[in-house]
Design a protein around this ligand. Structure first.
Ligand SMILES: *[C@@H]1O[C@H](CO)[C@@H](O)[C@H](O)[C@H]1NC(C)=O
Ligand SMILES: *[C@@H]1O[C@H](CO)[C@@H](O)[C@H](O)[C@H]1NC(C)=O
Ligand SMILES: *[C@@H]1O[C@H](CO)[C@@H](O)[C@H](O)[C@H]1NC(C)=O
Ligand SMILES: *[C@@H]1O[C@H](CO)[C@@H](O)[C@H](O)[C@H]1NC(C)=O
Length: 396
């Protein structure tokens, strides 16, 4: 993290340019008055910038222009505001909001600071459409469950039955849902007549084995969010170019199965082994599957090619550790032992993840902009440098 800041600062001092004066309608806030902004708007984008950072200066006029477009579209309703924080003056806020690089756009919704930050393109159009989309109702209403059968969704389902939309419990559902809409598909049916409000979770409509009822406090946004997090985010996720950086920021190790995209069996088996043997590791580890053709570069780094798939490795962000024999996945306890070994430091540090990082991103002054990633299939061509792909920097 410090490397990033320092490299940005060094560059900026060298250029020693001044920030363009802000002429839009974004609000400059500090630690004393940020709550005024956050408390009075459903959605607040907060830009953390440093005048000494080139990328901050480049973004500022774009951000101001987005703010002014949004203002004219929405007519200054209480739903949305764009704010900005000068990190040179507000170091406390920088650490409070856990800012690792400039510029960073944080999303604050119903006073809750999203873990996820804005990672879209740094253009006026992209910021405007992102904000408008974020304002859409995260919950879709239905009358009959049959309507939901037509849904083509990868996400798990949360289905609510509420008396009315002005109910305090429904408002809590709506707030919690807006913060979790990337992970779940939320629905509601309003039924004035029958019983208490209820919320159920299901992996998908026909998957009744996974059905469960929320039994916590229906008025608590926090409890609901915890439940959605536990239910909707799968134990084993797929690694993609667009989620890679975000995943690295969770600060947990990666255990990755690289597989051939045609091979559906090994991901299924991997998931089963993780569920049965490694559930106590989920706080410390992110379990991932990755398309071994797209992610050929980290494989090559471990001297592996398509012919070696499927292949399992741990990435500790300092190093990568190959699981010696994929077939050992089928020997009870083997994968578990391998993952546990990492915590006790027994694995040999053979494979230097940092070298892999250098091989794909040696442009130190660059600040991560994953949205500028080329389409996935271009990845291999883009090695070794000059692009903005940051799978993970060797900085944790
Ligand atoms: C917050 O306080 C700062 C410093 O006093 C001031 O420059 C800024 O305009 C204030 N922002 C709002 C939204 O009141
Ligand atoms: C679920 O079941 C319904 C009716 O039983 C069927 O029409 C629908 O296609 C099924 N959906 C899935 C995803 O299997
Ligand atoms: C449920 O949550 C709400 C909102 O956080 C809180 O005000 C209320 O006291 C909680 N109720 C119980 C029974 O804990
Ligand atoms: C890479 O793998 C090949 C084939 O498995 C092997 O012959 C070669 O020695 C390996 N190279 C290194 C540097 O490990």
């Amino acid at each position: 993290m410090h490397q990033k800041l320092l490299s940005c600062l060094a560059l900026a001092v060298a250029l020693s340019q001044l920030l363009m004066p802000a002429n839009g309608v974004s609000y400059e806030v500090d630690r004393h008055n940020v709550s005024e902004l956050v408390d009075s708007h459903e959605l607040v984008l907060l830009l953390f910038y440093s005048n000494r950072c080139k990328y901050s200066r480049q973004l500022m006029p774009i951000y101001e222009s987005a703010a002014s477009q949004l203002h004219s579209r929405l007519g200054g309703t209480g739903n949305l505001a764009l704010g900005k924080v000068d990190c040179d003056r507000e170091p406390e806020m920088e650490s409070h909001y856990d800012i690792g690089k400039y510029p960073t756009i944080k999303i604050v919704r119903n006073k809750y600071v999203n873990k996820k930050e804005y990672r879209g393109q740094r253009s006026v159009e992209a910021i405007v459409s992102f904000a408008l989309e974020e304002l859409l109702d995260p919950i879709q209403e239905f009358v009959s469950l049959n309507e939901l059968h037509d849904l083509n969704t990868q996400k798990y389902l949360v289905i609510g039955h509420y008396e009315r939309n002005s109910h305090e419990e429904y408002m809590a559902y709506r707030r919690a849902a807006s913060n979790m809409k990337d992970h779940c598909q939320f629905h509601v049916k309003f039924t004035e007549a029958s019983g208490p409000n209820s919320l159920t979770f299901q992996e998908h409509l026909n998957h009744t084995e996974s059905l469960s009822l929320f039994t916590g406090n229906m008025s608590s946004q926090e409890e609901l969010m915890k439940w959605f997090t536990m239910k909707c985010i799968p134990i084993v996720r797929e690694l993609t170019f667009s989620n890679a950086e975000e995943l690295t920021e969770e600060g947990r190790l990666f255990v990755i199965l690289f597989h051939n995209p045609q091979d559906k069996k090994s991901p299924t088996d991997f998931k089963r082994v993780v569920r049965t043997e490694l559930m106590d590791e989920v706080e410390k580890v992110i379990f991932l599957t990755a398309d071994g053709i797209l992610f050929a570069s980290p494989l090559l780094h471990m001297n592996k090619t398509e012919a070696d798939l499927p292949f399992i490795a741990i990435d500790s962000f300092a190093h990568m550790y190959p699981f010696p024999e994929f077939e050992d996945l089928y020997k009870p306890g083997k994968l578990r032992e391998f993952v546990k070994q990492l915590h006790t430091g027994d694995l040999h540090w053979n494979y230097h993840f940092s070298e892999f990082m250098n091989s794909i991103d040696d442009d130190e002054d660059d600040i991560a902009v994953p949205s500028l990633l080329p389409p996935a299939s271009k990845f291999i061509e883009l090695r070794p440098s000059k692009h903005r792909y940051t799978f993970a920097r060797d900085e944790l």
